[in-house]
Design a protein around this ligand. Structure first.
Ligand code: TIU
Length: 226
C-alpha cells in the first residue's frame, strides 16, 4: 500500500491513502444558512462559511486520489423518536428541533435545511451518515463501514470545530484511528473555540490527533501519487 506524508502538528503523519477516509462533518444548511438550527441556538451562521472553500478543496483532492469520502448530517427522524428530550428542550423555545422554519422543520431528516449545502453536495457513490448526536460514531453504522474498508486514518473537516468535529475526533481516537483535523476546513460560531479546539487536539504530543490544513492534505496526496 503506498503511503503519503502529511505536514501536520505536532509532527508529520505518514498515512496510506487507501486506508484513509475524509470525513466531512455536518456541512448542512441548518448550520450554515439563516433560519436553521444554528441560528435557532442564537448563533451568527455567517462565521461558518469560511470553511466551505477549504472543504471543497479537500473533497476535490480526496476524489481525485480515490480517498474514501464520508459525509455526515446531524438530524432526527420526522417523528423525533431519536431526538433526546434533553436536546429538544434547549435553544429558543420558539425554534426547537422539529419546529417549522424557513428551510423546513429544524434538524429533521428529509427537510431542505437538513441537507448538505450545494457547494459540497455528495457525488454518486459517496457515503452519507445520518447521526442523531454530535459524534459521528454514536448510533450510526460508521464504525462498521470504516472497518469493512480497512480504514485506519481519518481526515476530518466540517462544522463546528469544538462540537461535532471535536466529538467525532474524540470518539475516533478512542477507537484507535489516526485523526487529523484540517484547520482551515473547520469553523465555529466562536472563533476562540475554533482556535482552542484545534490546540486541544494537537497538545501533549497529539493527545487526540493531528492538525493540518486543506492545502497540505492535497499536496501530500499529489506528492505520493507522483
Ligand atoms: N451548535 C454547534 O456548535 N454545533 C452543533 O450543534 N452541531 C455540530 O457541530 N454539527
Amino acid at each position: 500500500m503506498h503511503t503519503a506524508t502529511l505536514d501536520a502538528e505536532p509532527k508529520a503523519l505518514t498515512f496510506a491513502p487507501a486506508a484513509t477516509a475524509l470525513l466531512v462533518i455536518d456541512m448542512q444548511r441548518d448550520f450554515l444558512e439563516p433560519g436553521g438550527f444554528g441560528e435557532a441556538l442564537g448563533n451568527d451562521v455567517g462565521l461558518l462559511r469560511a470553511a466551505i472553500g477549504p472543504c471543497r478543496d479537500a473533497l476535490a483532492a480526496a476524489r481525485e486520489h480515490k480517498v474514501l469520502v464520508v459525509h455526515t448530517r446531524e438530524g432526527h427522524r420526522p417523528d423525533l423518536a431519536c431526538a433526546p428530550p434533553a436536546k429538544i428542550a434547549r435553544g429558543d423555545p420558539a425554534k426547537r428541533i422539529g419546529d417549522d422554519g424557513p428551510m423546513g422543520r429544524i434538524l429533521v431528516r428529509g427537510e431542505y435545511g437538513h441537507d448538505i449545502i450545494d457547494e459540497l453536495a455528495p457525488v454518486a457513490g459517496e457515503i452519507v451518515i445520518d447521526k442523531p448526536g454530535k459524534g459521528a460514531f454514536h448510533q450510526t453504522d460508521l464504525a462498521q463501514i470504516l472497518q469493512n474498508r480497512g480504514i485506519d486514518t481519518l481526515i476530518v473537516c466540517g462544522v463546528t470545530t469544538e462540537v461535532c468535529v471535536h466529538t467525532t475526533i474524540r470518539e475516533a481516537n478512542d477507537r484507535g484511528y489516526h485523526c487529523v483535523a484540517l484547520a482551515d476546513a473547520c469553523a465555529s460560531y466562536f472563533p476562540e473555540f475554533h482556535r482552542v479546539g484545534l490546540e486541544m487536539i494537537k497538545a501533549q504530543g497529539g493527545i487526540f490527533g493531528w492538525v493540518s490544513d486543506s492545502a497540505k492534505f492535497a499536496s501530500a496526496l499529489s506528492a505520493a501519487a507522483a
